[in-house]
Design a protein around this ligand. Structure first.
Ligand code: SF4
Length: 268
C-alpha cells in the first residue's frame, strides 16, 4: 500500500481508547462541567464533527463553539426539502458567528432512484418509502459528513421525545465506530430558550410559529398546544417512536439500507 494510503487509514481510524467504557466515563466527566467546558473538552479529544439541523439546540451549540473557539467542524445536511427559513439561517449563522458551516447534499442519483421508485413525495405512502427518502437525503450525506471524524457531536436533548429520554452525554456508536457526544442531552427546552435569548443566538423564526422541531418542509407541521415536541415530524405515521434514522442504530431504525442506485456526484 502506498504511504499516502497508510496515512489516510491512520487519519480515519478511531482512537484506540474510544469505546463504551470511555464514553461512560466521559459522560460522568461532562455532567460536572458547564456547557462551554463540555464543548472544549470534546474538541480536545480528537477530530470532532458537529451536525447541525439549525434547530434551537443546535444553534445554542453553534454559539458555544463560536464563543469558546472549540476546534470542531460544523456541518449540516441540506436534504433539498428544507424550509426556506432554515436555508436562510445557514448563511445568517455563518455571518453572525464568522464561521463556516459545511453543507452536505444528497447524491443526484440517490434522489433520482428514490423518485423513480416512489415518486417525489412518495414518503407519505408508506414507512418503507419514507425511510428510503430519509436514507437518500439524510443518512447517505451523513455518512460522507462523518467520513473522517472520530467524534460525532449532536444537539440531542432528552426532553425532545421518549426515544431520546435516556440519551447519555456521551455514548459509543458501534455502527459507525464513533464516539457520539450529546453535550446538551441533560438541558431543558426552557434552559436553552433562556440561553439563546440572553446570548442573542439567531434562531429559526418557525419556532415562534409552533414548530419546536423542524425538519424537511413536507414532513414537518406545527404542533398543537399540549402535543409532544416532535409530534409535528412525520405526523401521518402512527409509530410514536418515529425518527429519520440518524440517531437510531441500523437494527432499530431499519432505515439504513433501502435499495439505492450507485452514486457518483452530489445533487445541486
Ligand atoms: S424528512 Fe421527509 S423529505 Fe426529508 S428526507 Fe425524510 S422523508 Fe424525505
Amino acid at each position: 500500500m502506498p504511504l499516502n494510503d497508510l496515512t489516510s487509514v491512520a487519519e480515519t481510524a478511531t482512537r484506540p481508547e474510544f469505546g463504551p467504557e470511555f464514553a461512560a466515563a466521559l459522560s460522568d466527566e461532562l455532567e460536572a462541567m458547564p456547557l462551554s467546558g463540555r464543548v472544549l473538552r470534546i474538541a480536545a479529544l480528537g477530530r470532532a464533527v458537529f451536525t447541525t439541523s439549525l434547530g434551537l439546540e443546535d444553534q445554542v451549540l453553534t454559539s458555544l463553539i463560536a464563543e469558546t473557539g472549540a476546534d470542531m467542524r460544523i456541518v449540516t445536511l441540506d436534504t433539498g426539502r428544507l424550509f426556506g427559513e432554515t436555508e436562510a439561517l445557514i448563511s445568517e449563522t455563518e455571518t453572525h458567528y464568522r464561521l463556516a458551516i459545511e453543507v452536505f447534499k444528497p447524491w443526484k442519483e440517490d434522489v433520482a432512484g428514490f423518485v423513480a421508485l416512489y415518486g417525489l413525495n412518495g414518503f407519505y405512502d408508506s414507512v418503507e418509502a419514507r425511510h428510503a427518502c430519509c436514507h437518500a437525503r439524510k443518512l447517505r450525506p451523513l455518512g460522507r459528513a462523518l467520513e473522517n471524524a472520530q467524534i460525532w457531536v449532536t444537539g440531542l436533548r432528552r426532553g425532545q421525545s421518549g426515544n431520546r429520554a435516556r440519551s447519555p452525554l456521551a455514548e459509543w456508536d458501534a455502527d459507525r465506530s464513533l464516539l457520539k457526544v450529546n453535550p446538551l442531552a441533560d438541558q431543558t427546552l426552557s434552559d436553552l430558550k433562556t440561553l439563546a435569548s440572553a446570548n442573542k443566538v439567531p434562531i429559526n423564526p418557525l419556532h415562534a410559529k409552533g414548530y419546536p422541531s423542524i425538519g424537511c418542509e413536507p414532513c414537518t407541521r406545527a404542533i398543537k398546544p399540549g402535543e409532544p415536541e416532535r409530534a409535528g415530524r412525520w405526523w401521518w405515521e402512527q409509530d410514536e417512536r418515529r425518527e429519520c434514522g440518524l440517531h437510531l442504530s441500523a437494527s432499530v431504525s431499519g432505515s439504513r439500507a433501502p435499495a439505492q442506485p450507485k452514486a457518483t456526484s452530489p445533487a445541486s
